[in-house]
Design a protein around this ligand. Sequence first.
Ligand code: PLP
Length: 389
Amino acid sequence: MPPTATAQPARFAAADAAARIAAASRRTQQPQSRDDLVSLSMGEPDFDTPEAVTEAARAALSAGRTHYSPLLGEPALREALAEKLTGLAGTPVGAADILVTQGGTAGLAASILGIVNPGDKVVIPDPTYSLYADLVSMAGGTVVPVPLASDLHWDLDRLAHALSDARLFVFCNPSNPTGIVHSHDELAVLAELLDGTSTIVLSDEAYADLNYSGRPFTSALSVDGLRERTVYCQTFSKSYAMTGWRVGYLSGPTDLVHAAARIHNTFNGSLNTVAQDAALAAVQSCEADVARMRTAYEERREIMSRTLSGIPGLTPSAPEGAFYQFPRYELDLPSADVVTALRAHGVAVRPGSEFGACGEGHLRLSYAANPQQITEGLRRLAQGLADLA
Ligand SMILES: Cc1ncc(COP(=O)(O)O)c(C=O)c1O
């Protein structure tokens, strides 16, 4: 007689890297969007990609540019980016030190996996963009979050202490989720703190074009003492409303660019040729589009900040860049619960805790949405908070 017991389905354990990310990750999966929901949760421009970019993509397709691209990226795009970074850094950046990546995400992944060994200490601000900690966990590194000061800028004393023996410091400027823009002076202090150390800096400048501070934006590449140790990560997603095209790039010390290229080639292979031709059009001919969108975001920032300051129980932040507000609320409730309750009132926002333990007590609101959505979303938010109180 065959055995009657039904066999248990086999269980397949995932690799430790996946388990480490799952254990460390603060990223929350956004529930399915609904038609009746106003979303202030996405870090996604609501503008169409500029016409010159889509036109370049159509031309690339018509010309049959549908084959493998070189692994480091299209030479013409890398030349144009090298020229742009030379202007930014104030010293020559060669095309040999540019790697075109699958969006900013893959550039950050390739950098971190190319730098961090198991057990290495990696310092990040708290709160900050949640991908960094996940990538460090994937690499087996140890994340050391450093609480921000109450004005959401770096707490330099705490940073000085945390940076001793750090392999890497990762930050974004302008910051997601706070909207803070780090000034030249802050970056110069960071350079001083790192003087004489072998700590590497990863400067994610995804929102560099969205700066409303009234000061010129300072790239880490332009700061003496940082330039030599900085891996610079950039994306076309935000400045050019190209989130779906998946094009980014990085540059930095030659050895680190080679290491990142090795990881990127292994993980991603070369980038879609059509998207790279489109990106070249963006760099070469879309400055006016970038300026137009920046002006619109600045107006939306005003609408959002003004409205938020009239909502009882909320203290708006003072964002100078990107397209995020990071208000603090007074309720004695975790931000994830506040977000769930607000969804029931028809508005989607992100919990501050997603960006670090010190983000708790905050919400992240995006003003990449259009003004009508912002106004209606904040009306619902005010109602939701009043009900919770
Ligand atoms: C600070 C920061 N860096 C990088 C990215 C990733 O951008 P990409 O769409 O190019 O992967 C984002 C996306 O939200 C971001 O906020």
